[in-house]
Design a protein around this ligand. Structure first.
Ligand code: GUN
Ligand code: ZN
Length: 438
């Protein structure tokens, strides 16, 4: 890690200046074939064409050049469970059985603080190895599980959103809080961590099935009492889950209406999955500025269904969407692989998703879904200096295939179809190298 507060990198770079879902990719992308990016005190201070910027740079500035690479904003994973790192690939069950058989067993190990700390460290290392610089993270029900994660990300200076799960029914006793204890613990965590340097707190009712109405009401109250905090949960992942919610909340008019009723929708609220939403629910997501975390590898793994990105982005009522791994139902930490999965799911759902759009969902679009687009998800000057440096020749077969790619779009498609963690040459956090492959 460099100790210099001022540094610069040089190479091909890509960032979004517009939304490729509402304008042609060509006009939404800023691509610099040979760019210089200057970083100072954690921020990007200059970004532009090397020929123009080089003569203006201070002589002593250290410039690291990345050949055969692509400089991108650091990836953003909008929905992930760090305690489930230990059960990735636990196969053979649909959502509710998978929760009972694997997830709730694994999460009970987090009663031990040391286990939480070890898991948080491995999780953060793996995010950085995959070029992911920000995530919205579910912890377990244990207050100290959130402390463990916040300590790990704080020592790495990462911009991170996280929260202790709220769960006061339909889970093993060892994993239940109460409406009041969940409120009190979340409040203490907000006081300890929210807005501390680059950290943000998310009030985290796991899903409506594992919270009582009292708990959801207190979660809504806590959110109102703490402006700037987030809400994260799950919605409409499987039909079995939707039917269960209907039984648990017969007085409500559908799944989203449950969250809406308790004041848990609006900007800075983010719901994982949203595969089986009704048209009225889509409209309500749009109207309230509530965001969806699209979790394609998880939805494939559990057989939950095909998220229709076309429906989400209907021009008349576009919904804010960010891409997510949803580990450990998701199968990879790699947002590159997750983009590839999003493309394939779109094909199966009969929707279109081009490579630029997939990349947007993992960078600028994700930052927008998290209301953080004034800070992360772009390379423009003023933004926080979190970067993923992509190796465009990371395997022999990718190197070979890239020789036949004759457009930026095709190059991006090859990357998201064939790339994985090996394509991450370096990851920068706050202007410093936080991971270096070689
Ligand atoms: N719904 C409620 N909890 C979970 C979880 O941990 N993973 C997934 N995929 N869905 C959920
Ligand atoms: Zn999830």
């Amino acid at each position: 890690m460099s100790d210099l507060a001022l540094s610069a990198i040089r190479g091909a770079a890509l960032t979004f200046t517009g939304d490729p879902f509402s304008e042609p990719s060509d006009s939404a992308i800023r691509y610099e074939r040979d760019a210089i990016l200057v970083m100072e005190d954690g921020l990007i201070t200059e970004f532009g064409d090397a020929e123009t910027l080089l003569p203006t740079l201070w002589d002593g500035v250290e410039i690291t050049t990345y050949n055969d690479s692509l400089i991108l904003p650091g990836f953003i994973d909008c929905h992930v469970h760090y305690p489930q790192t230990q059960i990735i690939g636990a196969a053979g069950e649909a959502l509710i059985d998978w929760l009972d058989k694997y997830t709730f067993v694994a999460e009970q190990a987090f009663t031990e603080r040391d286990h939480a700390s070890e898991s948080a460290e491995i999780f953060c290392d793996e995010l950085l190895r995959n070029g992911t610089t920000t995530a919205s993270v579910f912890c377990t029900v244990h207050e100290h599980s959130a402390d463990a994660l916040f300590e790990s990300v704080h020592s790495r200076n990462m911009r991170m959103i996280a929260g202790k799960v709220l769960m006061d029914r339909n889970a093993p006793n060892a994993l239940q809080d109460t409406a009041q204890s969940g409120y009190d613990e979340s409040k203490r965590l907000i006081n300890r961590w929210h807005d501390k340097d680059r950290l943000l707190y998310a009030i985290t009712p796991r899903f409506a099935a594992s919270s009582t109405p009292e708990q959801l009401a207190l979660a809504g109250a806590l959110w109102r009492e703490n402006p700037g905090t987030y809400v994260q949960s799950h919605i409409s992942e499987t039909q079995q889950e939707i039917d269960w919610i209907q039984k648990l909340y017969p007085e409500r008019n559908g799944y989203l209406d449950v969250y809406d009723h308790y004041g848990l929708t609006g900007p800075r609220s983010l719901y994982g999955h949203g595969i089986h939403l009704t048209d009225a629910e889509w409209q309500h997501f749009h109207d309230t500025g509530t965001a969806i975390a699209h979790c394609p590898t998880s939805n494939q793994f559990l057989g939950s269904g095909l998220f229709d990105i076309g429906k989400a982005k209907l021009p008349a009522r576009p919904v804010s969407v960010g891409l997510a791994t949803d580990l450990g139902a998701g199968t990879s930490f790699s947002m590159i692989k997750t983009m590839g999965a999003a493309y394939q799911v779109a094909r199966l759902a009969g929707a279109d998703l081009n490579a630029a759009q997939a990349l947007y969902l993992a960078t600028t679009g994700a930052a927008k879904a998290l209301c953080l687009n004034d800070k992360i998800g772009t390379l423009e000057a003023g933004s926080e200096a979190d970067l993923a440096i992509i190796d465009l020749k990371s395997t022999p077969i990718i190197d070979y295939r890239m020789r036949f790619a004759d457009s930026l779009e095709e190059m991006l498609f090859v990357l998201i179809t064939m790339g994985d963690d090996r394509a991450i040459r370096a990851t920068y956090v706050g202007g410093h190298v936080a991971y270096q492959r070689d």
